[in-house]
Each structure stands twice: as structure tokens, then as C-alpha cells.
Design a protein around this ligand. Structure first.
Ligand SMILES: Nc1ncnc2c1ncn2[C@@H]1O[C@H](COP(=O)(O)OP(=O)(O)OP(=O)(O)O)[C@@H](O)[C@H]1O
Ligand SMILES: [Mg+2]
Length: 391
């Protein structure tokens, strides 16, 4: 049985394998791949290059003039083929949490899924895969995406079963709530998946999702949400120096660190200029200009804070509208690539404190230990618990 995080920018598969040191305790093994591709016109030299470089690619029988290089290899190929006169950009089959328009999107993600899942170990082996909740800030539904993901996984020989992405975080991390009566409510808390295209939220009470939604359109600006939204803000402000969105993503992933980019309004004893100077010495862009890096790093904190303010406001609004009955202080668990920077959970707590009047009490905010693999781990936990019973 397998768990699969089917994400906008990463696919992650998790399977339990025996631990030679403790046969009774299998350990999860993860396999991941970037969810992107580059389409290449096919001629002999290209095919030779791809074979020599041992790159992952797919060909479709109805298209004999092109191949699609997938995953990390696509990113490497794009930078190899780009030069001053010709930019080759990677393409992504998904945006805002779902497969989008592109006629090849489904079969390309299917090829990437096949790479991380490998072959099923038996006919119709069960795979629990993550699906986003319907967004409350956009007018698309995730039903089509879920159906197409099921179709793709069935074609690969699996028995696919959907699981809400943020609910998977709660299954993986198993938070407990103290009720006001002094009882312990297991599997209770708010899971928040901070991904690339979406923020997914699930309010879970004793293992059951009482409220679930996603955010796909931060501030209704049609610039996406979550990590992609941060990258877009970075590009809007500093695109001239950064050159491309991909460079903005790389810069953010390398340098966003909220232990080193402190809240300017609190005296933490940490000087951002020290970090800006260190970044300016190692950065692949605008090297040496510490004042520029100071500004970019401070801006990154401002955008993360704005994104979290948006999430908190929407969560409060949904809670007010749906009013689930919760008899205790809820633990919040964050996961997903956008939660990866150091101090992210502290930043979330800070923003919660600033926004008084949340309609529920929070007992604490934590980040899942292995935040890029948490959703896949939760899907695997579900597969192990339920996989042997028919749906
Ligand atoms: N070290 C890092 N620092 C900051 N951001 C990071 C880091 N590593 C990854 N990210 C960001 O995390 C995001 C990807 O996270 P994740 O894999 O959880 O998303 P996804 O599941 O593919 O997307 P979604 O859940 O929206 O469908 C990207 O925006 C990426 O830039
Ligand atoms: Mg995700």
C-alpha cells in the first residue's frame, strides 16, 4: 500500500519498507519528482543527447515530432538550452492545485506519478492520493482534477482513493486536543498545507474532517496563492534583476529564513544587515550588493506575513460561517514546502497574535517534522489503516 502527494510542484510517493534493524517496525521510504516538463522538438541529435544524459522523458504515440523531458531533468535541460537570445522555460501541467487546460497535462503528470510510484506490487494495489479541497476564493471546483487523477492512476494499474490534502497532515502528525472537560481528543486539530499553488485547510475533530477548504487566489489578485504567490510578488518587484520567476523561486528557497529575517518591530537582537551581507557574498544574483539583498529579504518577510494574514482572515471567516462545535483549544499543524523556512511557525503565531478576535482558541502552532513529505506520509497512514477494506 502506498501514499501519494499529488502536488502542483512536487509529487511524493511513500511506501513502507521493512527495517532490517527492527522487523516489526517498517519505515516509510519516499520518492519524489518535480511536477514540470520541457517540450522538445524531436530530431536524432536531441534523442541522442537525452539518452546520453540519461534524462527522463516521455513520448506519446500520436505525436512523433516531440518528446517531453520531465521532472528535475526538465529544469536542468531548460537551463542548458537557454542562452542570452533564447530562453527555454519549464512548463507545469498544474496550477493552483489542479491540472489545467493543457491537453497533455494529465498524461504528463501520469508519467511523473508512474516514476515516483513505480509498478504496483499486486493487481489493483491501493494508493491513497492527496486531493485539494474546493477553493473558497476562486470559482473552480476540484472535482474534475480528482476524477482525472483517478483515471490516470487506474490506467497505471492502481486502485486509487482520494484523501483531502490537509486531513492527511493530521493523520501523519496525530495532534491531540485537551477538551475543556479534561478529556483527550485524539486526531484533533487544524492541518494547514502550505504548498505551491494552494493553501489547504482542514479542521479535524476526533479523526473526522468537520471543515475543509482551500485558498487559490490570494487577495483576489489572480496571482495564485501560497509559494507561487510569493514568487510572483518577488518577480513583480525585483524581476528586472532576477530575470525569471524560476530565479525568484530559487532565491526564496535558498534564503527565506525567518530566524535571520526578524520582525523589525520586535527587538530580537538579530540584525538583518548581517544576513544580507552573508547572502550578498553567496548569492547567484546581484552578488556583493548587500543593500539590495537587505531590501529583498525584508520584502520576503512582508509577503510571507501578508500571505499568512490572508490565510488567517479566511480561516476566521469560514469558522464564523460554519461554526463547527469544538470543545477545546485547537492545535495547528503546518506542513508543505512553503512552511519550510526556519521560523515559519513562529511567524504564523505572530500573525495570529496580531489578528485579535479569532473565533476559536489555539493551543499552539507547530510545523510537521518532515514538512515536504508529511502529506504523502498521511496518505500512507490512511492506506495502511483502510487499504485492505473495499471502498
Ligand atoms: N526551502 C524552501 N524555502 C521556501 N520555500 C520552499 C522551500 N522548499 C520548497 N519551497 C516552496 O514550497 C512550494 C512547494 O511545496 P509543496 O511541495 O508542498 O507544494 P505542492 O504540494 O506541490 O503544491 P500544492 O499543495 O499547492 O498543490 C514551492 O512554492 C516551493 O518554492
Ligand atoms: Mg501540496
Amino acid at each position: 500500500m502506498v501514499g501519494l502527494d499529488w502536488g502542483t510542484s512536487w509529487l511524493v510517493a511513500a511506501r513502507n519498507i521493512p527495517d532490517p534493524e527492527d522487523v516489526d517496525k517498517p519505515k516509510p521510504r519516499f520518492r519524489n519528482q518535480r511536477n514540470c516538463y520541457v517540450s522538445v522538438n524531436l530530431d536524432e541529435s536531441v534523442e541522442d543527447l537525452l539518452k546520453q544524459a540519461n534524462m527522463s522523458y516521455v513520448r506519446f504515440e500520436d505525436e512523433d515530432d516531440r518528446v517531453y523531458v520531465i521532472g528535475l531533468d526538465a529544469m536542468q535541460l531548460a537551463s542548458m538550452l537557454s542562452n542570452a537570445n533564447n530562453r527555454v522555460d519549464i512548463q507545469r501541467p498544474m496550477a493552483a492545485g489542479v491540472m489545467q487546460g493543457d491537453v497533455n497535462a494529465v498524461r504528463i503528470v501520469q508519467a511523473i506519478a508512474s516514476q515516483v510510484l513505480k509498478e504496483p506490487k499486486e493487481e489493483d494495489e491501493v494508493v491513497y492520493f492527496s486531493t485539494p479541497a474546493n477553493p473558497i476564493d476562486s470559482d473552480f471546483s476540484t472535482t474534475h482534477h480528482r476524477g482525472m487523477a483517478e483515471t490516470a492512476l487506474s490506467r497505471l494499474g492502481w486502485d486509487p482513493r482520494p484523501l483531502s490534502e490537509a486531513l492527511a497532515i493530521v493523520y501523519a502528525t496525530q495532534p491531540t486536543m485537551q477538551t475543556f472537560d479534561g478529556d483527550e481528543a485524539k486526531l484533533t486539530g487544524i492541518g494547514i498545507s502550505c504548498g505551491a499553488g494552494m493553501i489547504n485547510v482542514s479542521v479535524v475533530y476526533r479523526g473526522l474532517e468537520t471543515m475543509g477548504f482551500s485558498l487559490a487566489n490570494a487577495y483576489h489578485a489572480n496571482e495564485g496563492s501560497a509559494g507561487d504567490w510569493i514568487d510572483r510578488q518577488l518577480f513583480n518587484a525585483y524581476g528586472h534583476q532576477m530575470g525569471s520567476i524560476a530565479t525568484c523561486t530559487r532565491y526564496k528557497e535558498q534564503f527565506a529564513d525567518f530566524e535571520k529575517i526578524p520582525d523589525p518591530r520586535t527587538d530580537t537582537g538579530v540584525d538583518l544587515m548581517d544576513y544580507a551581507e552573508a547572502v550578498s557574498k553567496t548569492s547567484f544574483v546581484n552578488r556583493g550588493n548587500k543593500h539590495w539583498h537587505f531590501e529583498v529579504l525584508a520584502s520576503i518577510r512582508v509577503w510571507y506575513a501578508s500571505l499568512l494574514d490572508y490565510v488567517i482572515t479566511q480561516l476566521a471567516k469560514e469558522f464564523e460561517e460554519r461554526r463547527p462545535t469544538i470543545d477545546g483549544e485547537l492545535p495547528v499543524v503546518l506542513a508543505g514546502g512553503t512552511s519550510k523556512p526556519n521560523g515559519f511557525e513562529k511567524l504564523f503565531s505572530e500573525r495570529l497574535d496580531r489578528q485579535r478576535g479569532l473565533p476559536f482558541a489555539v493551543s499552539g502552532v507547530t510545523k510537521a517534522p518532515d514538512c515536504m513529505n508529511t502529506v504523502a506520509l498521511g496518505c500512507l497512514a490512511m492506506a495502511c489503516a483502510r487499504g485492505s477494506t473495499p471502498e
